[in-house]
Design a protein around this ligand. Sequence first.
Ligand SMILES: Cc1cc2nc3c(=O)[nH]c(=O)nc-3n(C[C@H](O)[C@H](O)[C@H](O)COP(=O)(O)OP(=O)(O)OC[C@H]3O[C@@H](n4cnc5c(N)ncnc54)[C@H](O)[C@@H]3O)c2cc1C
Length: 365
Amino acid sequence: MQVLVVGSGVVGLAVARAAAIAGHEVIVAEATAAIGTGVSSRNSEVIHAGLYYPTGSSRAYHCTRGRRMLYAFCASHGVPHRKCGKLVVATNESERERLAAVHKQAEINGVEGIEIIEATAARRLEPELACVAAMRSPETGIIDSHGYMLALRGDLEDHGGMIAFGSPIERLRPARGGGWDAAVGGSDAQWLSFDAVINCAGLGAQRLARATEGYPVERVPRLVLAKGNYFSFAGRPAFSRLIYPVPVPGGLGVHVTLDLAGRMRFGPDVEWIEGENYDVDPARAQAFYARIRDYWPRLPDGSLAADYAGIRPKLTGPGEPAADFMIDGPHQHGHERLIHMFGIESPGLTSALSLAEEVTNYLSS
Ligand SMILES: Cc1cc2nc3c(=O)[nH]c(=O)nc-3n(C[C@H](O)[C@H](O)[C@H](O)COP(=O)(O)OP(=O)(O)OC[C@H]3O[C@@H](n4cnc5c(N)ncnc54)[C@H](O)[C@@H]3O)c2cc1C
């Protein structure tokens, strides 16, 4: 089958790779000039264990399964990563209950090795930490997300797939003999035909779904943009594990992330925005200092610098319950060989290999 995958972020690349390995002829159309220039290069680069997601949700399933697949993929493909572990911390007595709720959900989700520890045990692990209790998650890690995407691309190309850069897909319409015609924009604008289309366009997924002839516009979910800002820390890292507060509405709280070079940064916060922009307002540092000092009181004044921002493609807004990943395939909308993927926010990086298997299975069903 000739398959068009729209978007070369981590999800598009993982889907394209899985489809090529399954024996399909795969073309990835990417609007920009490189892989991974969207949400996939603007995140925390954390391999999530799968602690938080509601029972029975697609996020719970794909995060835990995708995480196991991802560690195996990193090992077999030499992708730089480190299973550094993380601590989720309660910084006052009133947060103990929320910490216990995270622990319970993590147990239900089948996450390995988690345990609640008291403050003294937490400080033995991380002497700079202030907390009343913590939850250890030894399966959490960090990854070089670009190295990961390069490895996915390598596998895709080894199985005969290719990526067309500078090729925005502007419209889709049902082809006469079955399958889909795609209007490719850019310098070489043309219509091309495919047997199947998988929309992995991230922040552009809703726009393409609305430009799909015959796909009911009322099925297209709302796109809500939640920016996550990061601040870098110039000094020597204070922690050797990732440190997360208990989650906040819209995100996981301003946490400590480490990169593979051992540098420490903080973020992301949650800033609801109307249009795409990636500026980080240095004034937001004030709120960062306050939140970080809840668990790291010795954070020095003047040590944070505005770094980068990413945008979560959410399906629900402030005050509304978090939405699940939404995969709208033939079983849901009735059009054969058309799959739209909406709302692939965190933990999409961790989940990509597992999501890719589910989506590729739809091609043969
Ligand atoms: C602040 C933040 C922190 C996060 N932290 C983590 C984390 O620590 N761990 C984790 O697991 N997940 C994390 N995530 C989630 C993760 O980054 C995303 O789920 C994942 O990167 C989504 O990948 P994608 O391929 O769907 O989207 P993208 O990477 O955005 O890729 C979509 C691609 O489609 C292209 N495109 C768009 N429209 C078209 C079109 N019409 N034609 C052709 N191409 C098109 C774009 O140019 C882009 O390259 C985080 C997300 C954010 C925002």
